[in-house]
Write a protein that binds this ligand. Structure first.
Ligand SMILES: Cc1cc2nc3c(=O)[nH]c(=O)nc-3n(C[C@H](O)[C@H](O)[C@H](O)COP(=O)(O)O)c2cc1C
Length: 188
């Protein structure tokens, strides 16, 4: 699959076959995901992969604020990635980097860069999965605290998103509308 096809053909997938994605395939997807760029190359994104029914059920019940749409997608999925990030790193230079760069390069809005890194990691994961024939759906309507408890997330991490995954069932999801190029782009 070439890059253009990979970008244009990825869809949010909400209907999955019963067949599980094997763990080796998920390792290959994470191997690709780790090539995502990140602030100062800190690589703060972490992926907790859940593929057992009991935890999937628990996340469907407690992890999506009772949002029925997401509950249904999760009940139907054979796996979900809890995308998290290590707190307190991106946007802040550590001593080794401060020795090389000026302190002003540390960013006062550091937390923005944590979310930024997580977003890039998220899209890289979804594109890598798509290239491997695995469908994904990002969830932003989530209960971070319940999810962290359910998957025993390390203290130093925060949940950024859930990404349901599995093999798509039925015809490929239809493209959703996009704004026209001239609405989102300007030359100066
Ligand atoms: C940050 C973020 C949060 C999202 N949250 C949800 C969600 O909670 N539930 C859901 O079904 N889709 C969710 N989506 C998927 C969007 O609805 C979807 O990406 C958008 O409609 C475009 O469709 P496409 O992904 O098929 O191109 C989310 C997407 C993003 C990027």
């Amino acid at each position: 699959m070439d890059a253009i096809e990979m970008i244009k053909d990825r869809r949010s997938v909400r209907k999955f076959k019963k067949e599980k994605v094997d763990r080796e395939t998920m390792r290959e997807i994470i191997e690709l995901s780790r090539w995502a760029p990140s602030w100062a190359n800190y690589q703060i994104a972490r992926y907790t992969l859940v593929d057992d029914k009991a935890t999937l059920g628990q996340l469907a019940n407690d992890g999506v604020k009772g949002f029925v749409y997401n509950m249904k997608t999760l009940q139907n999925a054979t796996g979900v990635a809890v995308l998290s990030f290590v707190k307190g790193k991106s946007g802040r230079l550590d001593q080794a980097k401060l020795d090389l760069m000026k302190e002003e390069l540390s960013d006062a809005n550091a937390t923005i860069w944590e979310a930024f890194d997580a977003g890039i990691a998220c899209q890289t994961f979804c594109l890598a999965a798509h290239a491997k024939g695995v469908g994904t759906c990002i969830f932003g309507v989530i209960n971070e605290t319940s999810i962290a408890q359910a998957v025993h997330l390390p203290e130093e991490e925060t949940v950024a998103a859930l990404i349901a995954y599995g093999y798509e069932d039925g015809p490929h999801a239809k493209p959703t509308p996009r704004k026209e190029i001239d609405e989102i782009m300007r030359f100066i």
